[in-house]
Design a protein around this ligand. Structure first.
Ligand code: FAD
Length: 221
């Protein structure tokens, strides 16, 4: 069992907070066994083999009956990728039309270096000019924030003032999604060509999923 219900990322500003779930590995099994009018009361070795069979043969609907709900805080540039995943996921997000509080900003653990293969995006190596660019980034965030606050103080509505907020600002949302949807995101976003910051979020989500659906979790790991 996890002791924490919230996994922090990125300097403890970003997070994935578990809110609840419906179903587990047995739900996957029974959603499939209903085809034969059967139900399992307890997960057996045969049931575990069935889950593996369903996954390997792309019978995804039994995995769509297990649902998870999270509150997630991530930078906009990650959310831009995250929100491309749509089928089997529902979201409600904080509105920067109504909320005028200063947002938090993402500062990377370190800036990486380019990969030779452009599709891979980056190599996980610290850039030699990291410290210089982290300082410049923070300067840039402060300037954006100053202008944002000045606009609000001068009666410019938040829905327009937000245009000065950068991609590194954080957003927050509640997401409810099926296990099937999260398995798809994991496959797509924990790969060599996926962005590290986005992979970190789906890995955090699977820390919770692994607790309730260890068999399904074991298949994608
Ligand atoms: C490493 C990586 C790089 C990427 N680079 C880019 C990029 O450069 N530019 C860009 O625009 N996007 C990019 N994407 C986003 C990508 O194209 C998908 O939009 C994203 O991965 C969501 O995929 P999904 O299968 O979860 O989508 P969902 O929309 O959630 O769909 C889930 C599944 O439903 C089915 N489905 C959904 N819509 C339809 C439909 N209209 N017709 C038939 N079947 C459908 C498909 O089987 C699909 O896989 C990238 C994604 C990854 C992982």
């Amino acid at each position: 069992m996890l002791n924490q219900r919230k996994i922090f990322l990125h300097d403890r500003i970003g997070f994935v907070e578990y809110l609840g779930h419906l179903g587990d590995d047995l739900t996957v099994v029974n959603s499939a066994r209903v085809s034969f009018g059967k139900t399992s009361e307890k997960l057996t070795e045969k049931d575990k083999r069935l889950i593996k069979y369903l996954y390997e043969h792309k019978h995804w609907t039994p995995f769509s009956h297990v649902l998870f709900q999270f509150r997630i805080k991530m930078p906009f540039f990650v959310a831009r990728q995250w929100f491309r995943h749509q089928i089997g996921l529902s979201r409600n997000e904080i509105s920067r039309r109504y909320v005028k509080e200063e947002p938090d900003f993402f500062v990377p653990d370190y800036f990486r270096v380019n990969a030779d293969n452009i599709k891979q995006g980056s190599l996980d190596e610290k850039n030699v000019k990291n410290d210089y660019f982290v300082a410049k980034l923070i300067e840039q965030y402060k300037a954006s924030l100053e202008l944002y606050n000045e606009m609000l103080q001068n009666n410019i509505p938040a829905e327009q003032a937000r245009v000065v907020l950068p991609m590194g600002a954080y957003t927050e949302f509640i997401e409810s999604a099926s296990l099937a949807a999260y398995m798809r995101i994991y496959t797509l976003r924990v790969s060599k060509d996926a962005q590290k910051e986005t992979s970190q979020y789906i890995k955090a989500i699977f820390e919770f999923i692994g607790e309730y659906c260890p068999v399904s979790f074991g298949l994608i790991k």
